[in-house]
Design a protein around this ligand. Structure first.
Ligand code: ZN
Length: 443
């Protein structure tokens, strides 16, 4: 996500596209419920993109897989209503935005592939989509001006109360789902649309609930996507893995000129972080996809299954790993100097199959560029290892005694390769080498 290469044209396209949206549209109510849930939108958009056939998406056909996917990503208890709602409401929101259109009970057609594709590229993009959707709708319905007043710090308590009442009145007129001021939809529309329009300016973007009272105007609490005490536990590794990499600077850059209030930020600090979230989501889909394979037994152990499937290579992860190795290292085998770069292999030190997470799988320091011959020699940590502290090549007995490899014993690789992080992985490799050969001796 390099900002120079990002085409901001998509922002204008979305603004144009959303010009017709109003809360009078039945699905408008989902803007309130899913406005905080850009993460949900990201995953569901990805799911739709992945499972559409041509321009068609069948909701029912993929229902079970979608639910399993959501339950896993959001750590929801199996069988609770949560996942079903995430799925349906997200589809409804995409329908409200004219991204998809329902043709009958189960089938949708994709109306705008470009925006759909944008949303599911990065969680940040899903956030931008939600922001613009809210921004446009509120603007079209004349609510934005009132929000601006509400955010104006100079107002007194009484005027704020009046403004909030005016906002309620507009909502009441616009949406058939909002009959009275006290109804749930009514409350939520006010709450959640405020979150999305408001928190970008405060730099707080992981808010679940927001409370407006006349005294403090806006109080945001529950600063996490899912909090303890609701449907989900707060330890959500799968999601947190990308949330921590969420780049607000990227969002601000993209929304420059459209944000609700002027955003001030330091241009020099804008280092958009690359996020592996989309890869993570893809990986998860791969795992679920492979569930349809016939070799799944009846006593289905989900945890074991996921662990097993992690061992199958994900092409996107492998590609990214290779790219990083190629870009950051001399294109030469450190064992023999072989430099025909097309044949060099991006070799994991700790094998992909044994990596606990995507970070290890994708980390260039968990790798070496090796010639095909020495890749083979190195890969199983049986015949050869490279000492993590000295860079000295060590062979097992069999390799040492061979005329092909014997001369490598004791040779030293370029020490510039053995940096701190690579040492960490080589240490693992050294240990495994010892274990492998101890096992051989015992046989
Ligand atoms: Zn070599």
């Amino acid at each position: 996500m390099n900002k120079e290469t990002i085409n901001k044209e998509i922002i204008n396209k979305m603004i144009q596209y959303f010009k017709v949206l109003t809360l009078s549209k039945e699905e408008g109510k989902y803007l309130s419920d899913k406005a905080y849930g850009y993460d949900t939108i990201f995953f569901i958009a990805k799911f739709v993109e992945r499972n559409k056939i041509g321009n068609n998406f069948n909701k029912r056909e993929h229902r079970q897989r979608a639910i399993e996917y959501i339950e896993d990503i959001f750590n929801l208890s199996p069988g609770t209503a949560g996942a079903v709602n995430y799925y349906s409401e997200s589809l409804n929101l995409l329908e409200f935005a004219n991204i998809i259109k329902k043709v009958n009970n189960n089938n949708y057609i994709i109306l705008n592939n470009e925006i759909l594709n944008f949303i599911c590229q990065y969680p940040e993009n899903a956030y931008i989509f939600i922001y613009l959707l809210t921004y446009s709708t509120m603007k079209n319905d004349g609510i934005l001006e009132l929000y601006k007043k509400l955010y104006n710090r100079s107002n007194t308590e009484e005027t704020n109360k009046e403004i909030i009442n005016q906002i309620y009145n507009i909502f009441n007129k616009k949406s058939v789902s909002i009959q009275t001021k006290g109804s749930n939809w009514s409350k939520q529309l006010l709450k959640y649309t405020n979150i999305i329009l408001g928190f970008i300016n405060n730099g707080i973007y992981f808010a679940r609930t927001l409370n407006i009272n006349y005294r403090k105007k806006i109080t945001i609490y529950d600063i996490s996507l899912n909090v303890e005490g609701t449907r989900t536990p707060n330890d959500l590794k799968k999601k947190n893995d990308y949330i921590l990499k969420f780049s607000m600077d990227y969002v601000k850059y993209m929304l420059e000129g459209y944000t609700f209030e002027t955003v001030t930020y330091d241009q020099n600090k804008m280092i958009p972080e690359e996020t592996i979230a989309s890869e993570l989501a893809g990986l998860k889909l791969d795992i679920i996809d492979s569930k349809v394979e016939p070799n799944v037994t009846n006593d289905f152990d989900k945890k074991q299954f996921v662990e097993d499937k992690m061992k199958t290579r994900n092409q996107a992860v492998q590609r990214e790993f290779k790219k990083r190795l190629y870009e950051n290292n001399p294109k030469v085998c450190p064992i023999c100097g072989f430099a025909f770069s097309k044949f060099l292999i991006a070799s994991h030190i700790k094998p992909y199959a044994l990596c606990d997470n995507t970070y290890d799988a994708i980390n260039q320091y968990n790798g070496l560029l090796l010639c095909p011959n020495h890749d083979k020699l190195f890969e199983s940590a049986k015949y050869m290892t490279i000492d993590s502290s000295t860079g000295v090549i060590k062979l097992n007995e069999e390799a040492r005694n061979s005329k092909e490899y014997g001369m490598l014993e004791g040779k030293k690789v370029d020490m510039r390769l053995i940096n701190c992080e690579r040492t960490h992985y080589l240490r693992w490799h050294n240990q495994r080498f010892l274990e492998n050969n101890a096992a051989t001796d015992a046989n």
